[in-house]
Design a protein around this ligand. Sequence first.
Ligand SMILES: [Zn+2]
Length: 562
Amino acid sequence: MTGPGPVPRPVWGQREVPMRRRRIYLTTAIPYVNAEPHLGFALELVQADALARHHRLRGDEVRLLTGTDDNSLKNVLAAEAAGVATAELVKRNADRFADLQSRLDLTFDDFIRTSTDPRHEPSVDRLWRACQAAGDLYRGHYEGLYCVGCEQFYEPDELVGGLCPEHETVPERVAEENWFFRLSRYQDQVAGLITSGTLRIVPEFHAREVLAFIRGGLRDISISRSWERARGWGVPVPGDPAQVMYVWWDALGNYISALDYGTGGDAYQRWWVEADEREHVIGKGILRFHAVYWPAMLISAGEPPPTSIFVHEYLTVNGRKLSKSLGNAVDPAATAERFGADALRWWLLREVLPAADTDFTLDRLVARVDPDLANALGNLVSRTVGMVHSYRQGRVPADGPGPLAGRLRRLPAEIDAALASFDFRTAAGLVIDTVDAANRLVNETRPWELARAGRTDDLDGALAALVHTCRTVAIELSPLVPTLAARLDSQLGGRGVQLPPVKPVFHRLGPAHGGERQRPQQARGATAMPGRAQSSSGSPSKTGPEGSRLAPSPARGSVSTA
Ligand SMILES: [Zn+2]
């Protein structure tokens, strides 16, 4: 394969870059921009970014897309409520989403805004016409219960006590002439994609859920609404300007708009048609759109469906779903500003459950991050580098097989397997298990006694094994906590023989996490007590001047509850 792609980082150890680079197109959902981003979407961004970084690390070609769903009626209603023009509200909030790139250390390659991106309308227009040419669009009368929050019609039996199950609001009754998509025609084909594994849905219980929905019988869906009901906001239906496209039709189209499907650009061929993986990362509330409607639309248009859909659960605060409309949002930018992007990323990847909602609190963040990153990892690295300075003038002894060699050789493949199943918790846990094993090795080999006894070869072997472990860990952490991994890399002297003086790589967040962020302590010199666990306080330093962040440092209470 040819073409531009990131150069893989050098890999220490025996693992080789796979013979063939896979080509992976990875997307997040595009959120409505009726409000600022909340932590739930940060979860999705961080998961997708960790996957993208991981694949790039392994030498795959990756393109990561995110963006915003601007054409929703709910954006229009939010703008009306705020007394501003829709375009203005949408831009203001979309900028906040785009700003998460720097705040959460994200590496998306593209950011699409569906109301302003010139690639979008030609693309969804083409998709519409392709489905029309296949005989799958027709006009009809529609009457049903519509939740604007979801931008979705509900059957009466899907409501919970008459309320939308997502928003706990009463849906409105809508009756109008609409365009319809012949979803019913694709019932067997979409079910076949899922049962054959051509379209993989992870976790597996969500695949069963989708299949049960499909087997219940797919009805044709309304895919437009009147210009009046849309308040003139949205993408016009080709050849029928009195109607605008149903926002979901247009939103799902973003995944290929961003590849210039509309103009038949090379990117579409390269990153959609010829990609090894077309992966969507989404929240569980929008599974039906991605696993049923979207594949059916693509099959109708004669285009390949996605290959994988990874479905995450929700974050809660005090047991309630995180949501602006429910009044309990957590600002991910402020949380990252306060604790560091690495701390937030680590919590999201290491702690969030794959099959149930996870409750976020600042205490849980600290309780997860400090033991892993400050204690286990921070101590391993500082005691390792400290001992190399104490006993070998900072020069790393020649690498040998070492007692942890087998574990280190297996680690990348084990992480690959975990992330192939989108299992971030296991991937992060594997790294920490390795750190724990290395800390045990220090306690068991007691290098300071080897030094005292003059057992040079044994001491060199232990130190080399520890440095090698720390370097492997730094590489495997780089998709998860990239800034910390870069700090580890420089603390470990890259691949060089000479290590720089010991500096704490990660400062504890707690216990006083409500207090002012402290400056990092002075670097600890080589006089640090070898082999002894060190503690430090404060929080990680940031690159760049303090004032370069948009928002002031948030006061206590970046988590607000209803
Ligand atoms: Zn709803």
